[in-house]
Design a protein around this ligand. Structure first.
Ligand code: BES
Ligand code: MN
Ligand code: ZN
Length: 495
């Protein structure tokens, strides 16, 4: 998709469809007033008819409207003027995108010159237009024999919001487009079935990234290499599987080679049966999404390279398949992690933390400025937060606050849970240094407590995305979260 700024007055914009936000209670933006006048009151008449109220997200189409060059005029409800914030803008843009992608149109213009959200600036809105358009264009068809028709939509222009230099707005369009594409890439990897998206598949995707972007280098550790290093915890998860586990490391180098890197670690369980602690059958197919943390890391690394961020970033993926089998790890088995700590595996379904702990220990060698792991870690996170929040736990309050703010800014929100010492004793074991489960209570917190034992020397945050990473039910599919949050974080860092 091609995005441009077009500062012609709206009635003269040449396009197949002109998208016009309209507030409720008949409040018209400057551009809406211009078009109402030139169309001899077509807009105010439609509102008067009662068919279109301007309710947030409502749409209404006028064909061949008088007094403008555009062939179609799509009115999109913006809701109450006073309540129009970043979240409303997102909803408006999504409705517009859904409506417009159903049409046989190539060129679309969005009249956003003076509908700024109360809590955002023009730069944000401009980037978000491109991001949400990209997101709306995604549709999975890889494993369907009938492929989607290629979209007709190819050019989207925007009225330049007031007083922001055009160059700046064009940069924002590029940024939003890259983030939207990254979100789609994470969705695509998440949606692929477990028989295609294996640890080996993730490794070759990472290798391909490095061939496509000069700033990226990829290294993949085999099981043999991991065994030699002493990653007994990670390897205990893949023991029952025919698929070989992989530890994937992607490095992005900015201009300052020696600057300390930001490190991301993704949980990449390409399918989670639970292992010997087998899950029940209901919705088990959704455990193909147990690599969504890994997907977000791969997508972010590509986006970081594409936008040539001036910082060093290292993305790691701990990829394995969790299966029962003759060689599978059993409850009660004790393994030795890379850190030297021994772990009693009381439940083989608590496998995410077992792959992550060795990856987090490995990451120490990079002397990270901060380290963030992203994982579909606990059912308890879904039970507590449903699908709306990324759940954040951290051993550093400043890092936590920064990430919470990035979540608000990107509309990919996070909510923090406590990581108090009092919870740590739930992980005591009679037979090892630590148990891999903390019992039935406070499951999201005890999972983070487990990880915290392996990040004591680091500024670390953990994002449990078990609720946010995919939709269940009719809309079943990966969401691409928390790519938006992570990109917001990295875009606001300095080298
Ligand atoms: N991948 C699951 C977490 C999960 C479950 C995410 C359901 C989304 C929906 C994870 O590996 C897991 O099985 N966690 C267990 C941990 C328990 C055994 C301590 C859980 O949450 O039930
Ligand atoms: Mn599990
Ligand atoms: Zn899992």
């Amino acid at each position: 998709m091609n995005y441009t700024i077009n500062s012609n007055s709206v009635e003269n914009v040449n396009c197949d469809c002109l998208i016009l936000p309209v507030f409720s209670k008949g409040i018209l933006s400057g551009e809406a007033r211009e078009l109402d006048t030139s169309s001899r009151k077509a807009i105010s008449q439609l509102i008067k008819s009662g068919d279109f109220s301007g309710k947030l997200g409502q749409t209404s189409m006028l064909y061949n409207p008088a007094g403008m060059t555009a062939q179609r005029l799509l009115l999109v409800g913006a809701g109450e003027r006073k309540k129009f914030n970043g979240r409303s803008a997102a909803k408006l843009l999504n409705s517009a995108a859904v409506a417009v992608t159903k049409l046989q149109v190539a060129d679309v213009h969005i009249a956003l010159a003076d509908v700024l959200p109360t809590d955002r600036n023009a730069a944000w809105l401009t980037a978000y237009v491109a991001q949400s358009m990209e997101q709306a264009m995604y549709c999975y068809d890889t494993t369907k024999s009938k492929k989607n028709k290629p979209p007709t939509l190819s050019n989207i222009s925007l009225s330049g919001p007031d007083r922001t230099p055009r160059k700046r707005l064009e940069e924002e369009l590029g940024k939003g487009r890259a983030i939207g594409k990254a979100i789609n890439r994470a969705r695509q990897l998440g949606n692929l079935p477990g028989n295609i998206c294996t640890p080996d598949f993730l490794a070759s995707e990472a290798q391909t990234l490095a061939t496509q972007h000069n700033s990226l280098r990829t290294k993949v550790l085999s099981e043999k290499q991991m065994a030699r290093m002493g990653m007994g915890s990670l390897l205990s998860v893949s023991a029952g599987s025919a698929e070989e586990a992989k530890l994937i490391i992607i490095e992005h180098k900015g201009p300052k080679a020696k600057s300390q890197p930001y490190v991301l670690v993704g949980k990449g369980i390409t399918f989670d049966t639970g292992g010997i602690s087998l899950k029940s059958g209901a919705a088990m197919d959704e455990m193909k999404f147990d690599m969504c943390g890994a997907a977000s890391v791969l997508a972010v690394m590509e986006c970081v390279a594409e936008l040539a961020l001036p910082i060093n970033v290292i993305g790691m993926v701990a990829a394995a398949e969790n299966m029962p089998g003759g060689r599978a790890t059993k409850p009660g088995d004790v393994v030795t992690s890379l850190s030297g700590k021994t772990i009693e595996i009381l439940n083989t379904d608590a496998e995410g933390r077992l792959v992550l702990c060795d990856a987090l220990t490995y990451a120490e060698r990079f002397k990270p400025r901060t380290i963030i792991d992203i994982a579909t870690l606990t059912g308890a996170a879904v039970a507590t937060f449903g699908s709306h929040a990324n759940v954040l736990l951290s051993n550093n309050d400043q890092l936590a606050r920064t990430l919470l703010n990035c979540g608000e800014e990107s509309l990919d929100r996070a909510w923090q849970l406590p990581l108090w010492d009092e919870y740590q004793s739930l992980l005591n074991s009679n037979f090892a240094d630590i148990a891999n489960i903390g019992g039935p209570r406070a499951g999201t917190i005890t999972a983070a407590c487990f990880l915290s034992r392996f990040t004591e020397k680091q500024k670390w945050a953990h994002l449990d995305i078990a609720g946010s990473a995919w939709h269940s039910g009719l809309k079943k599919g990966a969401t691409g979260r928390p790519v938006g949050l992570l990109m917001q974080y990295l875009l606001s860092r300095r080298a």
